[in-house]
Design a protein around this ligand. Structure first.
Ligand code: NAD
Ligand code: UDP
Length: 330
C-alpha cells in the first residue's frame, strides 16, 4: 500500500500535476502514486464512471485537490504536467452514449491541449490498444496503423481516441507542445467497479458468487492483461522520459491469454464452483491483442513486473473485501 500521507520527502522538483479522469480506476491509482512521490495533484473528473470513494483516502492530503468538471468544457488551471485520462473505458459505458464519448475524446483532448499550450505544460494522452482495432499484425508495434471499423458500435471510442492522437501530434507540430501518447492495453486491478462490464471484473464477481462466467463467443479471442501498478509506473516513466524518446509508446503486458483460459484461471483463484456459459460475441470484438513493448523496454527501461496470477490474486482479494463490506452494511 502506498503511503499517501502528507509526510513525504520533497521530490527533486515538486510539480503541479493535473490528472483528468482521476476518480476512475486507473486515474485514482495514478493520483495516489504521484502524491506518494511528493507532487501536487489536481484531479478533474465528472464522475461519469469514476467514484468519490476511489479518491476518499486522498482527500486529507493537502497536496490533493478534486474538481468536479466535464473535460468537454475548457478549464483554466496552473499546472506543469497533464495526464489526460478522462473517458469511459469499458465497452458498455462508452457505447451507452456514443456521441458523448466522441465529444469527450475530441473536445476533451482539445481543451487539455489548449490548457497545456497556455501553461507551457507537458501533456500525456491515455490512448488505447483499440486504436489498432481488430489487428492484422500480431503482436502490435507502435508503427502499425491498425484496422478499425469507422462506423461500428466501438468506433465512438476507437476513432475518438485515434482523433485525439491526431490532435496531440498536430498541437506538437503547430504549437510546439511537448506531448506523450501512451497506448494502454487491457489493464486490471483493485478499484475496478463490479458493474464495470470489463472481463476481469465480470469474471471475478461472477466466480465469487458461484454464478456462471459469461464467456462471449467461444472464448478463443485473446487479450494481454497488465496489472494496474505496472501500468501506472509505465505512464509516469513515459511522462518523465527525456524529450527525444518516441512520443508514442505501447504500455501493456505482452503475456497473452484467451478468454476461455482466463475464465478457468479466475475460477481456480476464487475456489469457485462456477461453470462457463457462452453468450453472443459483441460486434467488432477484436480477435487477438498483444502489445509489442520493445520500445518501452528500450527507451523507458520499463516492463511489467507482475504476472497474471499475482495480479489476479490481489484483485480477487480486493473484490472479496468489497463484497464483505457490502454484506456488513446491508
Ligand atoms: P474509468 O471509466 O474507470 O475512468 C475514466 C474516468 O474518466 C472516470 O472517472 C470518469 O468519470 C471520467 N470521465 C469520463 N468522461 C469524462 C468527462 N467528459 N469529463 C471528465 N471526466 C470524465 O476507466 P479507466 O480504466 O480508469 O481508464 C482511464 C483511461 O485509460 C481512459 O481514457 C481509457 O480510455 C484509458 N484506457 C484504459 C484501459 C484499461 O484497460 N483500463 C485500456 C486502454 C485505455
Ligand atoms: N468478455 C467476455 N465476457 C464478459 C466480458 C467480456 O467474454 O463478461 C470478452 C470480450 O468479448 C472481449 C474480452 O472479454 O473479447 C475483453 O473484454 P473487455 O470488455 O474487458 O475489453 P476489450 O474488449 O475492450 O478489450
Amino acid at each position: 500500500m502506498l503511503d499517501t500521507s502528507n509526510n513525504h520527502p520533497t521530490p527533486a522538483r515538486r510539480k503541479s500535476i493535473l490528472v483528468t479522469g482521476g476518480a476512475g480506476f486507473l486515474g485514482s491509482h495514478l493520483c495516489e502514486k504521484l502524491l506518494a512521490q511528493g507532487h501536487h495533484v489536481i484531479c478533474v473528473d465528472n464522475l461519469l464512471t469514476g467514484q468519490q470513494r476511489n479518491i476518499d483516502h486522498l482527500r486529507s492530503n493537502i497536496r490533493f485537490t478534486f474538481i468536479e468538471h466535464d473535460v468537454r468544457a475548457p478549464i483554466d488551471l496552473n499546472v506543469e504536467e497533464i495526464y489526460n485520462l478522462a473517458c469511459p473505458a469499458s465497452p458498455i459505458h462508452y457505447q451507452n452514449d456514443p456521441i458523448k464519448t466522441v465529444q469527450t475524446c475530441v473536445l476533451g483532448a482539445i481543451n487539455m491541449l489548449e490548457l497545456a499550450a497556455k501553461q507551457g505544460a507537458k501533456i500525456l494522452q491515455a490512448s488505447t490498444s483499440e486504436i489498432y482495432g481488430d489487428p492484422q499484425v500480431h503482436p502490435q508495434p507502435e508503427h502499425y496503423w491498425g484496422n478499425v471499423n469507422p462506423v461500428g458500435v466501438r468506433s465512438c471510442y476507437d476513432e475518438g481516441k485515434r482523433c485525439a492522437e491526431t490532435l496531440f501530434f498536430d498541437y506538437a507540430r503547430q504549437e510546439a507542445l511537448n506531448i506523450r501518447v501512451a497506448r494502454i492495453f487491457n489493464t486490471y486491478g483493485p478499484r475496478m467497479k463490479e458493474d464495470d462490464g470489463r472481463v476481469v471484473s465480470n469474471f471475478i464477481a461472477q466466480a465469487l458468487r458461484n454464478h456462471p462466467l459469461t464467456v462471449f463467443g467461444d472464448g478463443s479471442q485473446t487479450r494481454s492483461f497488465c496489472y494496474v501498478d505496472d501500468l501506472v509506473d509505465g505512464l509516469i516513466s513515459l511522462m518523465d522520459a527525456p524529450n527525444d524518446v518516441p512520443a508514442v509508446m505501447n504500455i501493456g503486458n505482452p503475456s497473452e491469454i484467451d478468454v476461455h483460459s482466463l475464465a478457468n484461471e479466475i475460477i481456480r483463484q476464487c475456489n469457485s464452483r462456477s461453470k462457463l456459459v457462452n453468450k453472443p460475441l459483441p460486434q467488432d470484438d477484436p480477435v487477438r491483442r498483444k502489445p509489442d513493448i520493445q520500445r518501452a523496454r528500450r527507451y523507458l527501461n520499463w516492463e511489467p513486473a507482475t504476472n497474471l496470477s499475482q495480479g489476479l490474486e490481489r484483485t480477487v482479494a480486493h473484490f472479496k473485501n468489497e463484497m464483505l463490506k457490502c454484506e456488513q452494511a446491508s
